[in-house]
Ligand binder design. Sequence first.
Ligand code: AFP
Length: 369
Amino acid sequence: MLAGIPRFESVPPTRKPEVVKHTATSVVTIERFIIEQEKLHPEATGELSGLLYDLALAAKMIANKVRSAGLADILGATDLENVQGETQQKLDVLANEIIIKAVDHGGRLCAMASEEEPGIIDIPEHFRCGKYCLLFDPLDGSSNIDVNVPVGTIFSVVRKITRSNRGEMEDMLQPGRRQVAAGYVIYGSSTMMVYTTGQGAHGFTLDPSLGEFLLSHPNIRTPAVGRYLSVNDSYHGQWEPEVQGLMRYYRGQEGGRQPMSTRYVGSLVADFHRNLLGGGLFAYPANRRNKNGKLRLLYEGNPLAFIVEQAGGAATDGTQRILDIQPTELHQRTPLFIGSKNDVDAARSMLGESPRDASARTAVGSVGA
Ligand code: AFP
């Protein structure tokens, strides 16, 4: 059953608040919801709304491919490697193409960047350029595809800041706090798209019989204290001592916190989505081999941080808010601690101070549950 009634906050004073109502015969499609949100901004040109529809369409096309992955010849690896030196899965390549083709011609974008491509993806010459840049991870967690584990698409939208017609590197390398929209799609037991334009985080479930995303999770709020801890424990021996201490805190072995339950899919969108709805902390800390962790700031950290903050949660690299990091390169990696606010605060408290400062540890006991 579809839940709740979204209430829009800041509305222009001359207009009554718009309320999208669910009744037995009235459902709220993602298109309708985007239009209602756009009305809250009298200055809006519709370009961002158009881009979000295009992304929803791309998501439906990818969902379709993911669903039939075992039937068509699209499982398994290609003989290509992406820019991170990782083997590209066939569905990764397909999802990348689907997104590019869904958004390159609408006149809304001036440039794109994908986790699967080394540099900026230009808008073809014969298409008009718009004022937004799109950064995306077409299919995250793709090493899980062959074993039917949920995977996801993640996207981030920023406004062009340079005067050039086509987007430049400077446009792409903006801190996450400048995002105008961000979202993800999870291809799981159902397909869901969650997005924010800075007015809350809202979730839509794909109704396969209608082929439409319908509002199912308006105004998502994530619990302040998490139940789940999502981290790959096999790196324990490679973590710095303060990260090891933080994990002991989450497990209730130090600092008096109620122990968290471990849940790790190894597919970021799946882990993040569960924690967003149920409360939890996802961590991918730096380790001795990967000094900046594994996850990418622009395609994973920033969009998910924007969403989690809109839902009342937080995200840090351990020393600063993810959304405040000034990127220096497209494929930059970042340590990531993201999820329930009190649990992220514990990471800030324990990791932001000098590792050898004993008082840092005692301070943590007062944070969290
Ligand atoms: P793949 O896309 O190569 O499967 O990587 C997935 C991912 O980027 C992210 O979705 C997971 O949270 C993380 O890597 C898992 O990494 P570990 O296997 O090192 O735990």
